[in-house]
Design a protein around this ligand. Structure first.
Ligand SMILES: *Cc1c(COP(=O)(O)O)cnc(C)c1O
Length: 456
């Protein structure tokens, strides 16, 4: 035992060994931890050699220096995947964020006058041009937008909303909870499956501040159903002089049918053209930009929101504004099809098939892996486009000595992690959300499966 303790190298020796290769602080921490572990194991008679200590220290250094937030390869085929960070950004958008992040900017400085400016101004004109809105306010996310709209227009008063639209968006975000915390009182009308405009009208009283409609972003109802259209809601609002608000969810800025996609997803500009007073949506769903909440609508209503002290608490930072401005410019330059989420949604089966074939060919070289090309139908929308199902191509995997569950876990824990979807005891890698550049990473992750004994 004494013999083994003596064989544990001195800290200075280890530091010398890794000098220049890793930061000294990290090496010190790794040495301390691994040495202590070795001592305990020797004391308990669990260890009979210290030969592997350098390897273990290096492994621990690797763990200590790997960030918690990391790039992940999304092979689920779900384009708007909230757990995996929603919309990836265009290269030019990222370059612009970098440029703004590295130095100072005119974030709240009017260069013309040399006076204080508004951060909102950098995206306001662009969004007006894209949607025809009178006024625009961008906040932290769409949940924040819902809160700010209600808190500004309906605090301590009533909001009429359909029972069939009191939805949960995921991550335990429920529309009724947000509404309640905004200080507005919820006046639910209709039933789960049917709400008519008369239900809204009957609920209108002295205290009614707002008529609200919520888009069912993540589910679809069929059968004996009826909902109040935007047009009906607008007419009712006009008749009673009560503002109308539509939480449109995904922040869509164009008609998806130009990509051959049939959808009932509301386009923000279209909602305004139908006469709705205020509409809001997310920046990082079908808009394809960074996380944000976009509020569009009538000047006096949106101006009241800008003056609400909560607007300060919900404001967006400069990196978001940089990302949003550049994304909106891609739309204005007629390059919407280059925006990653739209490009992936619109990707042709021919391209997906070619990518799957290429990956399958690479993976067939790996021993112990059964590899097949699989044509599948899948829902690429995630929290958006609940009905949309598209033809896609996957690489289907089965390992000869590892359960499919273990295989998918091992891939999740590789560097970079690869996340697929399991179907009929096969791990499917869906090519819709994978880029050509990521194929070699997937190959590497699968080649290393057996190499690391700790993997299972
Ligand atoms: C996604 C969604 C939200 C929440 O938007 P975030 O930007 O994630 O805060 C609110 N309402 C609807 C209808 C949604 O689809």
């Amino acid at each position: 035992m004494e013999e083994l303790f003596r064989k544990i190298p001195q800290v200075s020796k280890v530091l010398e060994h890794f000098k220049g290769k890793y930061p000294e602080e990290l090496v010190k921490r790794a040495v301390r931890e691994v040495t202590q572990m070795y001592r305990e194991e020797i004391r308990e008679g669990l260890r009979s050699s210290v030969d592997s200590i350098y390897k273990d220290i290096e492994k621990r250094i690797g763990e200590l220096s790997s960030t918690s937030l990391k790039r992940v390869i999304n092979a689920t085929g779900v384009v708007i995947n909230t757990n995996l960070g929603r919309a990836p950004l265009h290269r030019e958008v990222v370059n612009f964020i970098e440029e703004i992040a590295l130095g100072y900017s005119n974030l709240e400085y009017d260069l013309e006058d040399g006076k204080r400016g508004s951060r909102n101004s950098h995206v306001e004109e662009l969004l007006k041009e894209l949607t025809g809105a009178e006024s625009v306010l961008v906040v932290n996310n769409n949940a924040g937008a819902v809160y700010l709209v209600l808190n500004t227009l309906a605090r301590e008063r009533e909001v009429v909303v359909s029972r069939g639209e009191l939805v949960e968006i995921g991550g335990s975000f429920r529309i009724p909870d947000i509404m309640e915390s905004s200080g507005a009182r919820l006046r639910e009308v209709g039933t789960t499956n049917r709400t008519r405009v008369e239900d809204y009208e009957k609920a209108i009283g002295e205290d009614t501040a707002l008529l609200m409609k919520v888009h069912r972003s993540n589910f679809h109802m069929e059968g004996f159903v009826e909902e109040v259209s935007l047009e009906e809601l607008v007419l009712l609002g006009k008749k009673h002089r009560i503002p109308t608000y539509y939480d449109a969810g995904s922040g869509l800025l164009l008609d998806l049918s130009r990509f051959g996609i049939k959808s009932e997803e509301p386009e923000l500009g279209e909602c305004l053209r139908k006469g709705i007073d205020v509409v809001s949506g997310s920046g990082d769903k079908l808009l394809g930009g960074p996380q944000a909440g976009v509020i569009l609508g009538k000047r006096d209503l949106v101006n009241a929101m800008k003056r609400n002290p909560m607007a300060r608490a919900l404001r967006v930072d400069k990196l978001t504004l940089a990302g949003l401005e550049k994304t909106l410019r891609l739309y204005l330059e007629g390059r919407a099809e280059d925006i990653p989420v739209l490009r992936m949604l619109a990707e042709s089966p021919t391209v997906l098939r070619r990518r799957a074939k290429k990956l399958a060919r690479m993976l067939k070289r790996i021993k112990g892996l059964e590899v097949e090309l699989l044509k599948d139908r899948a829902k690429p929308g995630g929290g958006s486009l609940p009905q949309l199902e598209l033809e896609t191509y996957c690489v289907s995997l089965k390992h000869e000595s590892m359960s499919t569950e273990k295989l998918s876990r091992a891939l999740r824990l590789s560097e970079p992690p690869v996340v697929g979807r399991v179907k009929r005891d096969r791990l499917l890698l869906d090519m819709r959300t994978v880029s050509d550049q990521e194929l070699k990473d997937i190959f590497k992750a699968l080649s290393n499966l057996k190499g690391d004994r700790d993997q299972d």
